[in-house]
Design a protein around this ligand. Structure first.
Ligand code: NAP
Length: 499
């Protein structure tokens, strides 16, 4: 029976990207309005605000990569970064998210007060917020990783990371080096090549590429969608089914989908790259899908153009004039683009996160091993929710869909607090170990353990990814098992009472 229907918590959300914005909307729907979002930048949008490199686009179909409650008349199958940024700004305005956001401040500490049973959140601007719950919506890949190549600082020309694109540099007539061949590089290289620049692509490891032409939607169709947004529903259903039934299942070990995925990417490489020597250089020596699949239709045509040069010899060092290869050859360059990815699983770091009894995040995650219960809960951190945490099915599906499932789960957990059944909620250590074992048990069937290095891996080389079909994830988020939770009720005079 409801004991105290009136309790409404104060909630602090870290980050105003797609997930943090969703948190505000979902909490408000549930009647929780005392919500403050702390955002380090001066606008919403997260990844789609920060990444502005030429060619930046989503590689998940946008009818699927958007909020379920806010379909949009997308211009093409996969939206550009600019279109997604506009979409998120539109949602922020329409759903009055922006009014909850305190921009231009970075959370530097989250400290649990054992005596008071609340979080104190500090920012670099000297604010201190005392709240009942914290939702960390900080994303996974947001700190650019600079390559550890000797001499990087000695380069005479401009050098920058793709996530910090230098729009002020005039690239006309320049010889440009691009280090890295991940999803980002596959998007940026064709833009640079097709603009006529001399482009040298430094590939350490080739990637498997799934061919997906980004076809534009005709204007008449978009007008029909605008007139009646329900008309977009079948498109969403189609793309959702395609991703979940084909892509996700192929990666978690369903033999038919996996065989089809293998045949598609291998056949595409064979057909798209006719030169045998170049094709060999572009052929990975690890299983399809082991690294995060590149979804692209422009890289292979671009890399075969006369002004594109694939450099596969290892880099020795960077010199003022260019990149020196281990073979001794110098590749002379005027500008250097670092498409070298992100520090994986950084989440809330580098902030100071201290939970119950002085337990620090590094006490749980020291040495690069990431654990959680159901991907959002961490033992010793009561009333703290980590969105897209370790064990989320990231990779080949829409993170917005994942965040929607996780936030529904979080709102249900908060329901325990709101009904007065508990004041402090965290997973038991057993729940964390059980979830970790559950993840590990499924990995053997997945593509992620097929002999590659990727940003999915922890320090032991274990993928930190949910290795089961999408529906299993949805089911795991649908119900709360209170046996997995440590719930504490705080008595009026300040004492604690474990339930
Ligand atoms: P990434 O996949 O981590 O790729 C980094 C690249 O840099 C790799 O080719 C890596 O080589 C290379 N590299 C790193 N350090 C190097 C060094 N010291 N020397 C030489 N090469 C080095 O990063 P990303 O391409 O930015 O993509 C990251 C993730 O962002 C993707 O997997 C995807 O999930 C997401 N993303 C999504 C979209 C989208 O449309 N949804 C678009 C772009 C990115 P190795 O492979 O040898 O390590």
């Amino acid at each position: 029976m409801t004991q105290n229907p009136q309790r409404t918590p104060s909630v602090l959300v870290i980050g105003a990207g797609a997930t943090g914005m969703l948190a505000v909307i979902r909490l408000r729907e549930a009647g929780i309005t005392n919500v403050t979002v702390i955002e380090k930048a001066d606008r919403v949008g997260g990844t789609w605000r920060d990444n502005t490199y030429p060619g930046v686009a989503c590689d998940i179909p946008s009818h699927h990569y958007c909020y379920s409650f806010e379909p949009a008349p997308w211009k093409a199958q996969c939206a550009t970064g600019a279109e997604l940024k506009d979409y998120l700004e539109h949602v922020a305005k329409k759903y009055r998210v922006t009014e909850r956001v305190r921009f231009g401040r970075t959370v530097t500490s989250c400290l649990w007060d054992d005596a008071g049973g609340r979080w104190t959140v500090g920012t670099d601007k000297g604010d201190h917020f005392v709240v009942d719950f914290v939702i960390a919506a900080t994303g996974i890949l947001h700190h650019p990783k600079m390559p550890d190549i000797p001499g990087l600082d000695s380069f005479a020309g401009p050098a920058w990371h793709t996530a910090q694109w230098r729009h002020d540099v005039d690239l006309q007539g320049q010889r440009i080096g691009v280090i890295g061949t991940g999803s980002t590089s596959h998007q940026v290289v064709p833009e640079l090549v097709n603009a006529g620049h001399q482009v040298h692509v430094f590939q350490r490891t080739p990637q498997w590429v799934f061919p997906f032409p980004n076809l534009p939607f005709p204007e008449w169709l978009r007008r029909r969608w605008i007139a009646k947004p329900e008309r977009m529903r079948p498109w969403k259903t189609f793309y959702k089914a395609f991703i979940e039934q084909f892509f996700v299942k192929a990666t978690v070990g369903h033999p038919v989908q996996n065989a089809l995925l293998n045949a598609t990417v291998k056949g595409y490489l064979r057909l798209a790259v006719r030169n045998r020597e170049l094709r060999q250089k572009l052929t990975p020596d690890y299983g399809v899908g082991c690294k995060r699949m590149v979804v692209n239709f422009t890289f292979y045509p671009a890399i075969q153009k006369a002004n594109a040069h694939l450099e596969t010899d290892a880099i020795e060092r960077i010199e003022p004039e260019g990149v020196r290869l281990k073979t001794g050859r110098l590749v002379p360059l005027d500008a250097l683009v670092l498409s070298t990815g992100f520090h994986n699983f950084n989440y809330v770091r580098p902030m100071t996160l201290v939970g119950r009894n002085g337990h620090r995040l590094e006490d749980s995650w020291g040495h690069g091993r990431y654990t959680s219960a159901h991907a959002v809960l961490m033992a010793h951190f009561p009333n703290f929710f980590l969105m897209l945490g370790p064990g989320t099915p990231i990779g080949n599906n829409s993170v917005i869909g994942m965040a929607e499932e996780q936030l529904d789960y979080v709102v249900r957990l908060m329901g325990i607090w709101r009904r007065g059944e508990a004041d402090e909620i965290e997973p038991t250590p057993q729940a964390v170990s059980a979830f970790t074992s559950y993840i590990k048990a499924g990995l053997g069937n997945s593509v992620w353990t097929r002999g590659c290095q990727s940003w999915y891996l922890d320090a032991d080389g274990v993928p930190v990814v949910f290795p089961y079909p999408w529906q299993d994830f949805v089911r795991s988020m649908a119900k709360i098992n209170t046996n997995e939770l440590t719930m504490v009720r705080r008595q009026k005079r300040g004492g604690l009472h474990a339930l």
